[in-house]
Design a protein around this ligand. Structure first.
Ligand code: PMP
Length: 412
């Protein structure tokens, strides 16, 4: 059991008020809040260490380099990567996926080839592949969703063919909350020699991950959804793939040598980190990892599943409210998308905001999924280690109040 009361004291923003009410932050799937330790790491870096890395011979540069590379080591340990050099820092999940679609895709995907996605992907894991498919004359195919918001995996054997070059899918849906059986997909893909990219933007912040055990070929995720700062993403990839791929961006730091007519590439991981990186935020991401590890990922996952199950129960009690996604809480993460009959999600979001409750309302960057679900938007409450049952009670009460306000307005 985690001590949520104690955790909450580490997050200064959770003490503030919004519209005169205590903030209830239920939008961590969009971005998480940051503990003091992360903010302090940023301040410490800029007040004590600030210098460019990898090239200086002075003390500050050496210290900054050690902190930056130390953060890489922490990330590697967090996902059980075999070596820190298989962890590449990018700006976000989106950039990590684009790195693969360029550096791996342009080399390996040829006209007529196919890439398999799923119908629940975020735009970040659709658009880069559309761009690649257009550039190369390739085709995208999709694993369908069933009525429960789960992947119709029984159809995967028919989707995979000799033309399939890559399977790419999310570990957890940011709309439905579904935790996908990525291990089964990876096993099926590897049996046919096909690599798999896992979009871990929603999974890595909430579930214990071991990339060796999972055996994924690529894993992309963002620091800002796991207590870290914005502006830092991660691409983990198997070493052989990183060695074989071409660089994504060219410039300083990613080269070994440069002549006027050609260049050679730096060792891993720097081959994929062109230019001055986001030094301060990477270092503060290291502090976020320390924080998550101190609490424990299995404990965090357990807490969120418990909250998710409680939210399902409380919300389902509300007349006219329907929850999207799997009914089985054991295959759901800590987020709930829902619809309240007669209330547009944006109106609901605004009424909840007036109560100090922050939820997300919209298409969640999953427009193809919205079309599949037959809705234009959903309301979504998402939970993290700092949320409580009392906050879910407050959400349920505020939804009931919003329903009343709207029925009064509707009957005027
Ligand atoms: N994939 C999923 C499943 C997501 O939820 C998100 C963020 N909402 C992304 C990718 C993109 O993350 P970022 O905006 O940090 O690149």
């Amino acid at each position: 059991m985690i001590d949520v009361g104690r955790i909450r004291r580490d997050f200064p923003i959770l003490q503030r008020q919004v519209h005169g009410k205590p903030l209830i932050y239920l939008d961590s799937a969009a971005t998480s809040q940051k503990p003091k330790a992360v903010v302090e790491a940023l301040v410490d870096y800029y007040t004590q260490t600030n210098a460019n890395i990898h090239r200086g011979i002075h003390a500050l540069s050496e210290e900054a380099t050690a902190l930056y590379e130390g953060a890489r080591g922490k990330v590697a340990r967090f996902i059980a990567a075999p070596r820190p050099s298989t962890v590449i820092f990018t700006r976000n999940t989106t950039e990590s996926i684009n790195l693969v679609s360029h550096a791996w895709g342009l080399r390996h995907v040829q006209p007529g080839d196919e890439i398999i996605l799923t119908e629940m992907e975020h735009h970040s894991n659709i658009v880069p592949w559309q761009l690649l498919a257009q550039a190369k004359g390739a085709k995208l195919r999709f694993i369908r969703l069933n009525a429960e918001g789960q992947l119709a995996l029984e159809e995967l054997p028919q989707l995979i063919s000799g033309k399939t070059k890559l399977i790419t899918l999310t570990l957890m849906s940011n709309v439905l909350g579904t935790i996908n059986p990525v291990r089964a997909v990876i096993q099926a893909a590897h049996a046919r020699g096909i690599p798999v990219l896992v979009d871990g933007a929603q999974g890595v912040p909430h579930l214990p991950i071991n990339v060796v055990d999972l055996n994924c070929d690529f894993l992309a995720f963002s620091a800002h959804k796991m207590l870290g700062p914005t502006g830092v993403g991660v691409l983990y990839a198997k070493e052989a793939l990183l060695e074989e791929m071409d660089p994504f961006l060219g410039g300083g730091d990613m080269i070994r040598d440069v002549w006027l007519d050609h260049s050679t590439w730096n060792d891993l991981p720097w081959k994929y980190e062109a230019g001055t990186p986001n030094i301060a935020d990477v270092i503060a991401f290291g502090a976020a990892i320390d924080y998550l590890e101190k609490i424990g990922m299995p404990e965090i996952h357990h807490h969120e599943q418990e909250l998710g199950g409680y939210a399902l129960d409380r919300l389902r009690e509300i007349e006219g409210l329907s929850v999207h996604g799997p009914s089985d809480p054991s295959i759901r993460g800590g987020l709930v998308s829902f619809e309240v009959k007669g209330l547009h999600p944006h109106d609901l979001g605004q009424l909840l905001d007036a109560e100090g409750i922050a939820i997300r309302a919209g298409h969640h960057c999953c427009k193809p999924l919205m079309r599949k679900m037959g809705v234009v938007a959903t309301a979504r409450a998402s939970f993290y280690l700092y949320n409580t049952r009392e906050e879910i009670d407050a959400l349920a009460a505020a939804i009931l109040k919003a329903k009343e306000v709207f029925s009064v307005v509707a009957h005027r």
